[in-house]
Design a protein around this ligand. Structure first.
Ligand SMILES: Cc1cc2nc3c(=O)[nH]c(=O)nc-3n(C[C@H](O)[C@H](O)[C@H](O)COP(=O)(O)OP(=O)(O)OC[C@H]3O[C@@H](n4cnc5c(N)ncnc54)[C@H](O)[C@@H]3O)c2cc1C
Length: 422
């Protein structure tokens, strides 16, 4: 089969790129190993994705935001950062607009899939097994185990941080095992959350509390996030619901009040990824396949969307001028721009994890000092709020074309007013 762009991986990044290329004049083949049914109705996976304002704007433009159930989108108004050695937390946000929005990962995936299902130029091939991926200066080709093959002018690898496509193409990645796992779970608790997220660097554990909207008759809802060693995690996993709820209340030093109704617990190993190249001959890497972040700074998918915005702008521009979407100059520009946009946060996140998970006395004193100084310096707090919300900047080539999609998609989904209400 001949097409223009092959996207491997229909995760949130691959789906959003496919959607962003719709009506651009480029034909897209989207190859995914999971079944179509699991893409249409993905299971809850415990991840509550903190979206920046910029990401929300892009999801609106793509017609994804208006497809999200409103009761799954929770405003994130403030963030408080605690350290065991500092008396006062660092407080960020609290302005007129929320810092961002918390939306469960499965809801983003379902909404993005729904948006892509209505796309004219995207052909989904779900449940496929890829045998080989090859690319040279004239052509790119993917062969499936069932004997089918796809030829295109560009392959986009969006198959996650352990990307096999990267390996097929000989692109190395620096993987960093943080030696910890992260448990995420929704709970009900007694004390109100005030739409405020907590990040809590405690001795021997890192905790987070993500606020999930209005109170229910049973109490307030939040997602709790615990970063622990494998052995500690096993003990926690072995507890029944009542013991687990009590343990969460204890680990949060009673600040949640009584904890009840824990939902399903999901555990993720913490491994970061940084591909040594984001583009090659007729190939581009996108989402976690390019940059797989530690979730502590809540930016993995936000960076993935930045990549979608940048790559889609290049490809839509190529289509508009009848140029080759695999043009090495365009791919080099995407690579350069996306590396520059992601490297500082990728490195800073590694630094934050190193500084805030080291319990030696001098390091503890250093981080308490850093938090105290930051808390007492309002310009830094404002800068942090701007960074966390990542309010829209202009300047990406061809971005107006993605915006044009918004008008089309909002007419097409039959619910034109919903996006604007938020
Ligand atoms: C606990 C946790 C909390 C997080 N919180 C946040 C947050 O608050 N904010 C934020 O921005 N990010 C957050 N993230 C990160 C975010 O979840 C990821 O960055 C995002 O899901 C990556 O999307 P992706 O499409 O690149 O990759 P994935 O979601 O990994 O999707 C890859 C897709 O490719 C498919 N695939 C894989 N291999 C193949 C193959 N060989 N052939 C075909 N298909 C294949 C997979 O089935 C999948 O559908 C969090 C992550 C975790 C673990």
């Amino acid at each position: 089969m001949e097409t223009d762009v092959i996207v491997i991986g229909a995760g949130p990044a691959g789906l959003c790129l496919a959607r962003a290329l719709d009506v651009s004049g480029l034909r897209v083949a989207l190859l995914e190993r999971e079944s179509e049914e699991s893409l249409r109705a993905p299971k809850f996976d415990g991840r509550e994705i903190a979206l920046t304002q910029r990401s929300v704007r892009l999801l609106r433009d793509l017609g994804v935001w208006s497809r999200l159930p409103p009761d799954e989108c929770h405003p994130l108004c403030e963030a408080h950062v605690f350290d065991a050695g500092a008396r006062e937390p660092l407080k960020v946000g609290g302005g007129d607009e929320p810092l961002g929005w918390l939306v469960p990962n499965h809801a983003i995936r379902a909404a993005a899939f729904d948006a892509v299902s209505g796309s004219q130029d995207v052909e989904l091939h779900a449940g496929v097994r890829i045998a080989t991926v090859e690319a040279d200066t004239t052509d790119a080709c993917v062969r499936l185990e069932d004997g089918r093959s796809f030829a295109a002018r560009l392959i986009v690898a969006a198959d996650g941080r352990f990307s096999e496509t990267r390996r097929h193409l000989g692109i190395p990645a620096r993987m960093h095992d943080f030696g910890r796992a992260m448990l995420v779970c929704r709970v009900t608790h007694e004390r109100p959350h005030d739409d405020t997220a907590w990040e809590w660097f405690d001795r021997g554990q890192t905790l987070a509390r993500l606020p999930l909207g209005r109170a229910t008759p049973c109490g307030h809802r939040s997602s709790v996030v615990l970063t622990l060693t494998g052995a500690q995690m096993r003990d926690l996993q072995a507890m029944d619901d009542a013991a687990f709820a009590g343990e969460i209340a204890r680990r949060f030093h009673g600040r949640l009040g009584a904890v009840s109704n824990p939902g399903e617990r999901h555990v993720y190993p913490l491994v970061g990824a940084w591909a040594t190249r984001f583009a090659g001959t007729r190939v581009a890497l996108l989402g976690d396949a390019a940059v797989g972040m530690h979730p502590v700074t809540a930016h993995g998918f936000n960076l993935g969307l930045l990549g979608v915005e940048r790559l889609a702008a290049e490809l839509r521009d190529a289509a508009a001028t009848r140029a080759d979407p695999g043009d090495p100059v365009r791919l080099a520009r995407y690579e350069r721009g996306h590396r520059l946009a992601t490297a500082p946060l990728h490195l800073a996140t590694r630094g934050i994890v190193a500084l805030f998970t080291d319990d030696r006395a001098p390091i503890r004193a250093l981080r308490a000092g850093v938090l105290r100084a930051s808390a007492g310096f309002p310009p830094f707090r404002r800068l942090l709020a701007t960074f966390l919300s990542d309010r829209p900047r202009t300047g990406l080539p061809g971005n107006h074309r993605i915006t044009a999609l918004r008008a089309a998609s909002e007419q097409g989904d039959g619910r034109p007013g919903r996006a604007d209400r938020w």
